[in-house]
Design a binder for this molecule. Structure first.
Ligand code: ADP
Length: 313
């Protein structure tokens, strides 16, 4: 069972021996049910998830502290860059339930998910790039989703259990900003299958970095390896005069300093390039459109680092 969103700050967790018994549990709505031991029963979905995920070689979470730093755009471009190698099968699972932008960025927003006896089929952007997003489940992209924790968890467990990915080399999981129900669910459900690591996205600004520090703390607390940090929107080269300026100033040292302070690798820095936004709006691969741009080179270098860190190269 999941930790409720209104749990006390020092909640020992539903699976702990202290569940329902710790001082912090006093007054919590779930105290009785936790103390009864029912919450420690294994989730019946877990074996099915583990079985389904056994054909997925690498599971990577893409996290950001703040919204709007370019996490979904990064996930999409990274997936396209992985899929540029036709020997690799790549998938994206979009669990950003309240803001599923992956289908639009990949140009497949009008597609629908089909189900067969072997499960839900991902929507294919190309032969070796499949996508599953909550965006496909909505009647219209204008519909707001207002779901509470248990419903979100249900959808995530269904995604993990029922999507027929087939053999995948890399599954990129695009998560909502911050650390919320969705993150805890993913971590819990993939505990047995094993998460290979997380990539943290930030801009150079202190307001974004601050939230990334929380994300780092989250990863450390739940035992997820941090593959590295990516600084997005770092530097802008004016297309007319070629002068480089810092739109989002690294006033406190940016991603580089954060990486030094925390001992986390800075995988790369992606410049602010208006053509990235345009590619996302048109649902096309930036890397295919502008292969020689500094941003494309940065994406590809980041992939190389990820592969080296994971021991795949
Ligand atoms: P998040 O998933 O973190 O909320 P998005 O991926 O939706 O952020 O990106 C937010 C906005 O920034 C979008 O309009 C996107 O096109 C734009 N964007 C992201 N990265 C870049 C970049 N490197 N250069 C220019 N625009 C970018």
């Amino acid at each position: 069972m999941d930790v409720p969103t209104n749990a006390p700050e020092h909640c020992p967790g539903t699976e702990s021996e202290q569940a329902g018994k710790a001082d912090a549990c006093a007054g919590c709505d779930n105290q009785q049910v936790c103390a009864s031991g029912q919450t420690k029963l294994p989730d019946p979905n877990l074996p099915f998830i583990t079985q389904r995920m056994s054909t997925v070689k690498r599971k990577i979470l893409v996290l950001s502290g703040k919204g709007g730093v370019g996490k979904s755009t990064f996930t999409a471009q990274l997936a396209w860059a992985f899929a540029a190698d036709d020997q690799l099968q790549t998938g994206i699972m979009d669990v950003d339930i309240c803001g599923p932008s992956i289908p639009t960025i990949l140009g497949i927003a009008s597609e629908q998910v089909h189900s067969s006896s072997s499960g839900w089929s991902p929507v294919y952007v190309q032969d070796n790039l499949g996508v599953m997003s909550v965006g496909f489940m909505l009647p219209s992209s204008h519909d707001a989703i207002m779901w509470r924790g248990p419903k979100k968890n249900g959808l995530i467990s269904q995604f993990l259990k029922d999507v027929d990915w087939g053999d995948l080399d890399y599954l990129l999981v695009d998560t909502p900003p911050g650390t919320s129900d969705e993150h805890l669910s993913i971590v819990q459900y993939l505990k047995e299958s094993g998460i290979d690591g997380a990539i943290l996205i930030t801009t150079p600004q202190e307001v974004a970095l601050q939230d990334v520090r929380r994300e780092i703390d989250f990863c450390r607390k739940v035992g997820i390896r941090i593959i590295g940090l990516v600084e997005n929107m770092s530097g802008f080269v004016c297309p007319s005069c070629k002068t480089e300026s810092q739109i989002f100033k690294p006033s406190t040292g940016g991603g580089k300093k954060l990486a030094q302070d925390t001992g986390i690798e800075l995988l790369g820095s992606i410049p602010l390039d208006p053509r990235i936004g345009k590619s996302a709006d048109y649902g096309v691969s930036f890397i295919d459109e502008y292969p020689d741009s500094p941003a494309s080179i940065a994406y590809l270098d980041i992939i190389d680092r990820i592969k080296v860190i994971l021991g795949d190269q």
